[in-house]
Design a protein around this ligand. Structure first.
Ligand SMILES: [Zn+2]
Ligand SMILES: [Zn+2]
Length: 446
């Protein structure tokens, strides 16, 4: 397992929980790959060679976990390990596990079959089976990068993104599952991980060509935050998360040196509005990189998405229903949504909602960008960098609220669409990282 704030000297292994005690699984079925040799080892050290392509089944018994190989009982042990003869990573190669949970805790929770490289460990935890995938960190990184990158990605984007993910991973061992003896779980709670199921040659190459490279600031690995689109100016760390300012996560203008705009810096409501109402020629803008092009490069964007500048229109009735649902206001009508405090990218970090209930006029203050984004959209607003316009028919409250905004995500650190635009313009991996994390050093730790 990884240790927080310790820089590894050799490539570490990672323990990823696939079945957690809360899933309550009593049995699990798997199938071995045809291309790899495996052995099964009990906790007592007894080792059995397995036949490629074979089926395995494990189930909870009163005295431990029973293992069945192709339907034949092998024995009972407190812990089993399925070990590959060699640690290698290839798309769709490994052990296929049936019925793995995806979307744990969400309404769309479902089970999938997924294939994993490395070791699988099956043990008992209370009344449930626990399944852990132990694999090399670089293999894990290549597997989780897949959903972010399309086939046509330029090398400097793949490489810079992999270095960011590696640094973030090593700097942010959160230890939320430490009690279970795992570094991370397989789901969105940590990072979505489906083994080699969707692994591509591109993400594999990205991990290989940047093997062991991380961003360092002083003697610590950088907390390399990233988001989809900064909207033109990135946000500083302390405006999104509690804590002290981080030198390499201060706001930057996402453009080439010498870029100037009359709206910058975004230190007044007028300048924020002017900035959001135009499309400046910054790296992540649709001006330099048309949004309909994005689908070619980034795996998880919509074909019709407009992320750099966007707008949402709500009627009075819709806005009242939305805020009642999200903030439990019991409002009859919304009078105003007022900016109170913004970060350096124009992202709102405090908003005041003025509304009417049956008893009279009330106010509600939302105090962080996450809740602002969660409250002002049925699902989740792209970002909290927006201004609010209203329309009125002369009555006491507006008839319409128009949100005009920019960017996608919290906006701190690496801007994924901006980095893509830089890579397409020929900037190197190192130059892209230096742009988003000024002062950070790129080094190879193993
Ligand atoms: Zn987790
Ligand atoms: Zn950007």
């Amino acid at each position: 397992m990884l240790e927080p704030n310790v820089i590894p000297k050799t490539e570490p292994h990672l323990r990823v929980g696939l079945f957690l005690p809360e899933d309550g699984a009593k049995r699990v079925r798997m199938q071995l790959s045809n291309a790899l040799d495996y052995s099964l080892q009990s906790n007592e050290g007894e080792k059995t060679a397995l036949i490629p392509g074979g089926f395995l089944e494990f189930a909870i018994m009163t005295d431990g976990v029973i293992a069945l190989i192709d339907g034949q009982t092998k024995g009972v042990s407190s812990r089993w390990r399925i070990m590959p003869a060699a640690e290698q990573l290839r798309p769709r190669e490994g052990i296929t596990v049936k019925g793995v949970i995806a979307g744990r805790g969400f309404h769309w929770k479902k089970t999938i079959d997924a294939t994993y490289s490395g070791v699988l460990e099956i043990s008992q935890n209370g009344q449930a089976l626990m399944v852990v995938n132990e694999l090399l960190l670089e293999h894990y990184l290549a597997c989780v990068a897949t959903s972010e990158m399309g086939a046509a990605c330029p090398t400097a984007l793949i490489e810079s993104q992999t270095i960011v993910a590696r640094s973030w991973m090593l700097a942010n061992i959160e230890m939320k599952h430490r009690k279970l003896g795992i570094d991370v779980c397989n789901d969105d709670c940590c990072q979505r991980y489906q083994g080699t199921t969707f692994l591509t040659e591109q993400s594999l190459q990205g991990a290989l060509s940047t093997y062991g490279q991380v961003l360092l600031y002083g003697d610590r690995i950088c907390d390399a935050r990233y988001s989809k689109s900064c909207g033109g100016v990135s946000e500083s760390f302390e405006n999104v998360w509690d804590g002290q300012p981080v030198p390499y996560l201060d706001a930057i203008v996402d453009a080439s040196e010498g870029f100037q705009d009359s709206a910058l810096p975004l230190d007044s409501e007028e300048k924020v509005r002017a900035w959001l109402e135009k499309v400046p020629a910054v790296y992540c803008s649709s001006h330099l990189l048309p949004e309909k092009e994005l689908i070619k490069y980034l795996g998880n964007v919509d074909e019709e998405g407009t992320y750099f500048r966007w707008r949402f229109v709500y009627t009075q009735k819709e806005m009242t229903a939305l805020l009642n649902l999200k903030l439990d206001l019991k409002a009859e009508a919304i009078q105003a949504i007022l900016p109170v405090k913004r970060g350096k990218s124009g992202r709102l970090i405090e908003v005041r909602v003025v509304y009417y209930t049956q008893e009279g006029k009330r106010e509600f203050v939302i105090k962080d960008q996450y809740t602002i984004r969660d409250s002002l959209h049925e699902l989740f607003l792209y970002s909290s960098a927006f201004v609010v316009d209203t329309e009125s028919d002369g009555g006491a409250v507006p008839t319409k609220f128009i949100l005009k905004g920019g960017g996608w995500g919290h906006g701190v650190g690496y801007c994924q669409i901006g980095a893509l635009s830089m890579a397409l313009r020929g900037h190197t991996t190192a130059a892209i990282l230096q742009h988003y994390y000024p002062g950070a050093q790129l080094i190879k730790i193993y």
